[in-house]
Design a binder for this molecule. Sequence first.
Ligand code: HEM
Length: 487
Amino acid sequence: MATTLLLFLLLIGFLALLWLRFGRSRREDEPPLDKGLIPWLGHALEFGKDAAKFLTRMKRKHGDIFTVRVAGQYITVLLDPNSYDAVLYDTVSFDSSRKKEALMKKIFSVVLPSFNPDKERAWLEHHFKGDCLDELRVSMDTHLRALLLADQRDLGTAEWREEGLFDLCYSLLFRAGYMAFFTRDDNTDAVYKQFRNFDKLLPKLARPNLSGAEKKSATSSQETLWQLLCPTGPQGGRDSSFWQESYLKYLGEEGVDAETQSRALLMQLWTTQCNAGPAAFWLLGHLLRQPEAMKAVRTEVRGVMQEPSLRHSPLEQLLTHKTPVFDSVLRETLRLTAAAFIFREVVAGKRLRLSSGQEYCLRKGDKVCLFPFVSPQMDPEIHQEPESFKYKRFLNDDMSEKQSFYKGGRRMAYYNMPWGAGGNSCVGEQFAISTLKTFVFTVLSHLELKMCEPTDTLPLVNPQRYGFGMLQPSGDLQIRYRFKRNR
Ligand code: HEM
């Protein structure tokens, strides 16, 4: 008994020594330091469980800047949007590629032999503008209408179908997007099924806190997708799309071997397809819950889609017509549900000057995290009743876009940041906006859509998805739909 007690005391003493030796303390000119109670892990559990709740709590406790310990790493969180530029545009003191490389390895098992983020960014930018953007838009619209036409043939015009709105939006946008970017149309359903499983487990894969069974399931979906996406895989590739062909050529020129190319394809599949479906779900869900907003959008839909037919592309009218109500609805939806982290690594000791004039020293090797979802997007000092969906929030009385938002009397440079900012912002922004507009206008002009239970509310957000782009619901909203007649 006495020996056990002695061993126990020795262990406690050893842990205390470790704590004193490796525990970090705050220097006078550094941001407030909150290490949490658990050695090494720090706040990892709370951060992973619900990052928005945790960071909002820390903001209340410490203010707009603080450093937290998360699984052995020190992360300085900055939540003052008027100071974001000091991080975003300083490429000498901050690096964005190391974190990206680490995530590529952890989530997608991709290690590129000579990762060159600037070159990759230039490739991406080229493929999302000008003729390439036009080509992608046309392809996306064509595939979307073809999917709806096939559905209409199956269903006829009299029959109502019941489905989850999230499943409907994700499935249509994913399948159309996959065919637009990857062009193999013989395995779309198989790819979608595996993708949804992989996407569901992705936040846990990133942390990583998968159970044994989940790890097995994620690995199996990942391996199946590598095969399905591989242009020379067992099923044989049909026509490779311009986008996919060009990406593989780019990787080949970078000296990337065939196996890594398939893995990189899955990474691009996720990056290009994981956001539009969830965004369409939240947008239509809010409209279904708010008849006044739905009525205002439907009026715009009628103005643009005068004689809607699934056989003719509405793209030109859509891209040329002004749709201020829809634009505000989209901005408001994204304000409430786009929640990516913006990470940087401090590569040279840095004195960071905030908009308040206060200066803080950041240590080399630490991470910096901006989380625009908490501020500006959900900041009650910038947006009144930030939890509520207000479809006119981004509209002035004269129907122009509202761009002036204030905090403490000061005009905000950033008041909504769904697409991120700086060198890693979303390159697909223009494509995503036209895709969502085409989708919503096409669906509203061809489908009668209603909630199964008119009193249903939108499902809550799955809190594990904070940090990974568009949020996803923790359940679904059951809807009924049927095709309108005479189309
Ligand atoms: C509502 C929809 C979308 C939202 C809210 C969104 C948001 C974002 C954000 C915040 C980032 C930056 C992530 C980071 O810092 O690492 C990003 C990156 C990116 N997005 Fe989007 N996105 C959306 C849709 C799309 C679509 C439809 C595409 C393409 C089809 C796309 C392509 C990309 C790409 C390729 C990147 C990586 C850029 C880089 O690494 O430099 N996004 N997106």
